[in-house]
Ligand binder design. Sequence first.
Ligand SMILES: *Cc1c(COP(=O)(O)O)cnc(C)c1O
Length: 364
Amino acid sequence: MEIDLDAVAANVAALRAAVVPARFCAVVKADGYGHGDVPVAEAALAAGADWLAVALVEEGVRLREAGIEAPILVLSEPANGDASAIVTWRLRPAVYTMPFVEALAAVAGPSPLPVHVKVNTGMHRVGAEPAEAMELLRLVSADPALHVEGIWTHFAVAEEDPDFTRSQIAALECFEEAAAAEGIRADLVHAANTAGALRYPEARRDLVRVGLGIYGLRPTPTTAPLVPLRPAMRVVSAVSYIRRLPAGERPSYGRRRALGRDATVATVPIGYADGVPRRLAQLGAEVLIRGRRYPHAGTVTMDQIVVDVGDDPVAVGDEVVLLGAQDEDTVTADEWAHLLDTINYEIVCNFGPRLPRRYVRSAP
Ligand SMILES: *Cc1c(COP(=O)(O)O)cnc(C)c1O
């Protein structure tokens, strides 16, 4: 896997320019959506990101252990037992239950611990119902050990349903007003993910939490086409073996696909254990070699794939691009997502730890 940190930097700069004056929080959970959390975080911060966000305490600790000092938001409320790690590692936790707020209050140090109270406005995953969230706000703001740094929510359909998204924005505003009526205000109100930040200027508020976009991917093909984004990930291998086969031969497990004519078949040492979905071959995925597209010659195996290169000259050592650009052509994560009936997020998160990551700088 080749990760272009200049692409990450350019994406952060372009997205940040689109949302200023909102602060920019780069979401690097799940090992930076499969791209590598520490290198992506460093590139994003250098390009102007103000905050980082992760899902888990462990992910935040990894960033701190790497020497990253930026504020780190933990998007899921941690387990009660992790309250002291929040303090030790100076993480900013999402809070949405009373027991966790109490656990935090019990371990918070001399300076007030900043927390982000999450209110559910329709996603129905995590976040307290408004009345309960108000109780939490009262508790936090009355406790000198804690500080209401954030009031926030999360969108369910920012990439596709404007009416529902606007109802979520309105519900957040209503919640804020109710809090303000009690004299409770947060430093930062935030709601928008990538799609929310790009499609709803009114949702940008004080901070946007952008994941997908910093990796150069779009929530939908039509989201904010005027913001230039460059995919940061390429998945690349090289031809390791070549054989000539007569028409009718059926390479690989299951012998599922017959060669329609005599053909050269190239073997490439990458497989489903690396994160290349096994179903891709049957679904018609293609790889790039010498700038041309070729189909799989048979089933993806654990450690290798086979590619039908017809009569074209292909040599051992030739670069094979499974995902990303080669010469003028690009195999996109969206293309795989379409074949596999999923979303580009799942494609990039799916690559396994066996696949070595190489960080490159392409410049613009
Ligand atoms: C993952 C996540 C984000 C980032 O979403 P993208 O669509 O990748 O920009 C923002 N907020 C929360 C709560 C998340 O879980």
